[in-house]
Design a protein around this ligand. Structure first.
Ligand code: PGA
Length: 230
């Protein structure tokens, strides 16, 4: 199985998210049964998007981009894994933007990962050099079953810059992640993925898919990525 995951980040309100869905539906991209398409939305869009998705029957699975590291309780404003499990099947954790802007540590990322798994949501754990060892060790420290996670190599230099890394270099790092996680989990690449370069990553031996930021926002570009991998 191959994977394409869209990450809208802090973009699109409900109305815009439904316009996107109608847009991609009209484009009729070819969805291969060998390709799983996941879209990680802002919390506020998910319920309405899921409803419209089931009405039009597109094979897109929804995810969120964050979750609380705390269980249900007195934590004003937090969205817990228990709330999300009725809405999504996947959740991104440890994105470099959250590590940088919200000071999320690998220990906090591991706590989020554990709560997601307890609520049957697949964590999509973002990793980067030179911290792979420490980021993965934090998961093992909480006895997390890494075979139930997805991992994404996301080099900061490539995120939102239009400058992806060389697919062969990405494959090398994916191999390191595979080694550190006992070859049990899907490993993806993220960073300036486009319809022109997506297949050059996914055809690498250790890379099972791509995480797409900027080009997931435009239905034409995201449909192009889906078609290029189908
Ligand atoms: P990008 O973002 O595709 O805009 O580089 C990737 C990501 O941050 O997930």
């Amino acid at each position: 199985m191959k994977y394409v995951i869209g990450n809208w980040k802090s973009n699109q309100n409900i109305t815009e998210s439904l316009i996107w869905l109608d847009g991609i539906s009209a484009l009729r991209p070819k969805f291969s049964p060998d390709l799983t398409v996941i879209l990680c939305l802002p919390f506020t869009d998910i319920a309405a998007f899921n409803q419209r998705l089931s009405d039009i029957g597109l094979p897109i699975i929804t995810g969120s981009q964050n979750v609380s590291h705390l269980p249900p309780g007195k934590h004003t404003g937090e969205i817990t894994a228990n709330m999300l499990c009725e809405l999504v099947s996947y959740c991104i954790v440890g994105h470099s933007e959250r590590r940088r802007d919200f000071k999320e540590t690998s220990e906090v990322v591991a706590q989020k990962t554990r709560l997601l798994l307890e609520n049957s949501i697949t964590p999509i754990v973002c990793l980067d050099l030179p911290y792979l060892d420490e980021q993965i060790k934090a998961l093992f420290n909480l006895d997390i079953d890494v075979s139930r996670c997805f991992f994404v190599y996301e080099p900061i230099s490539a995120i939102g810059t239009g400058k992806p890394v060389d697919p062969v270099d990405a494959n090398h790092v994916a191999g390191q992640i595979a080694f550190l996680t006992d070859n049990t989990a899907p490993i993806l690449y993220g960073g300036s993925v486009s319809q022109d370069n997506a297949s050059s990553f996914v055809t690498q031996s250790k890379i099972d898919g791509v995480l797409v930021g900027t080009d997931s926002l435009e239905p034409t570009l995201f449909a192009g990525i889906i078609s290029s991998l189908s």
